[in-house]
Design a protein around this ligand. Structure first.
Ligand code: NAP
Ligand code: HSE
Length: 424
């Protein structure tokens, strides 16, 4: 499957890297190999890593009229000339995948109709919340779930800025500069901080959730430009965190969609969503609440959603790989003792000099590092709780076996595993 790219900036370059990295997996599962064909940019003289200069062009027809191109991925952004290019592709029957919320929130309904009448597909998962498959969930899994509200943190840049101002005491300008350097922000970051980017995403999500065409112009929005460090501190003192929220509701006989900064109670699930992560809370009469959380911005993260859309196009074609049996990649299954974790161990020991040292030696000889220790005296005995750093289950088993052999250990060690981000 040959992919023509419109744009090769933060997201486009990450997409090229993703195809290079995941090509084998895709080929094994689908029987089709993905390859990047011609790439449209504004400046073809600038070198881009992993991309042959001959692939770059400044003539859109090199991509749009290439008969070898099977699908077009649009990551150039903006309304025009992008809309004209996508119309040409769809009219010609070429499927299109886009990450462009500016365009989809203004012309999405027309473009989808054009795709349908041309007998082709237009996919746009990456246009809202980057790596989170929220559009797929709304369009497919929750199509008939009677959604009554969509509440979300749908802009990664502003969530990053608010998080870093509160967590690390960065100034607004410092946090924004970091978000730009990390590839989260739009080419024009006022789209992010002013709330327009979130409004575009909420228009897209509300349109799908409520089966009604919501245009970008229907969404009143405010950004975080008026929120000061002082507000974050005062909100914290009151038990809240400040988030830029998108709120879409069905009620009072209609739909309301808006974007504004809001105080969220510290214990609310949305309050825990930090950095460039996004979250969308879907409320429904039938399934109560479902919350989707994950990376909401960034080149690699967005490329993942674009690849998912390309694979959907590949996978849903007649006789395609989604109808085939699961492909066996031949990976070995690990035994439990080959896995890793951090551990909590509780045991009763005699409260005598040297016992703690003996226990510590058992851990050291097993090659496990101790993170913390609590000892509580209980008469002649003591309750000992140790928490380790991440280590293999086989090392933990060796330490437990050594402790069982000690006379000073008076109970069977109780072993619990910790949920640790760095464990395998
Ligand atoms: P970017 O870094 O600014 O890249 C834009 C690319 O498009 C560049 O390669 C640019 O060419 C090319 N381009 C722009 N206008 C063009 C024109 N008129 N003709 C030819 N080429 C043109 O933008 P990005 O961050 O990758 O974002 C791309 C799209 O993805 C946008 O719609 C954005 O909203 C969306 N998106 C971004 C993220 C994210 O985290 N960054 C997440 C989700 C969705 P040059 O390289 O020559 O300048
Ligand atoms: N600029 C956007 C954001 C990229 O920060 O959320 C993801 O759409």
């Amino acid at each position: 499957m040959r992919i023509g790219l419109l744009g090769c900036g933060t997201v486009g370059q990450a997409f090229v890297r993703t195809i290079a990295g995941q090509g084998e997996t895709v080929a094994r599962a689908s029987g089709r190999r993905l390859e990047i064909g011609p790439i449209l940019v504004r400046d073809a003289t600038r070198a881009r890593p992993g991309i042959a200069p001959a692939q770059l062009t400044t003539d859109p027809q090199d991509v749009l009229s290439d008969p070898e191109v099977d699908v077009i991925v649009e990551v150039m952004g903006g309304i025009e000339p992008t809309a004209t290019y996508l119309r040409q592709a769809l009219q010609g029957g070429t499927p299109v995948v886009t990450a462009n919320k500016q365009l989809m929130s203004r012309q999405g309904a027309d473009l989808l109709t054009l795709a349908e009448t041309s007998g082709t597909e237009l996919r746009f998962e990456a246009s809202a919340c980057a790596a989170i498959p929220v559009i797929k969930v709304l369009r497919e899994s929750m199509l008939a779930a009677e959604i009554s509200a969509v509440t979300g943190i749908v802009n990664g840049t502003t969530n990053y800025i608010l998080s870093e101002m509160a967590r690390a005491g960065l100034s607004y300008q410092e946090a924004l500069a970091q978000a730009q350097a990390l590839g989260y922000a739009e080419a024009d970051p006022t789209e992010d901080v002013g709330g327009a980017d979130a409004a575009a995403k909420m228009a897209i999500l509300a349109s799908i959730a409520f089966h009604t065409n919501v245009h970008f112009d229907d969404v009143p929005y405010e950004g975080i430009d008026g929120v000061h460090a002082e507000d974050l501190e005062l909100a914290r003192d009151l038990g809240f965190v400040v988030k830029l929220l998108g709120v879409a509701r069905l009620g009072n006989g209609g739909i309301s969609v808006r974007v504004h900064p809001a105080l969220v109670p510290e214990r609310h699930r949305l309050a825990a969503v930090m950095g460039p992560d996004n979250a969308v809370l879907l409320e429904s009469g039938t399934v109560r609440q479902i919350m989707l959380v994950g990376p909401g911005a960034g080149g690699t993260e967005t490329a993942s959603a674009i690849l998912a859309d390309v694979l959907s196009i590949l996978g849903t074609a007649k006789g395609s790989f989604l109808q085939n049996a699961l492909v066996d990649a031949g990976r070995p299954l690990l035994r439990p003792d080959q896995t890793e974790s951090a551990f909590y161990i509780r045991l009763r020991v005699m409260d005598r000099p040297g016992v703690l040292a003996q226990i510590a030696t058992a851990f050291a000889e097993a090659g496990l590092s101790i993170r913390s220790v609590i000892q509580r005296g209980e008469g002649e005995a003591a309750r000992l709780v140790l928490v380790t750093h991440v280590g293999s289950e086989s090392r933990m088993n060796a330490a437990v076996a050594a402790m069982r052999d000690m006379d000073e250990v008076r109970s069977e060690p109780v072993l619990l595993r910790l949920l640790a981000e760095d464990a395998a």
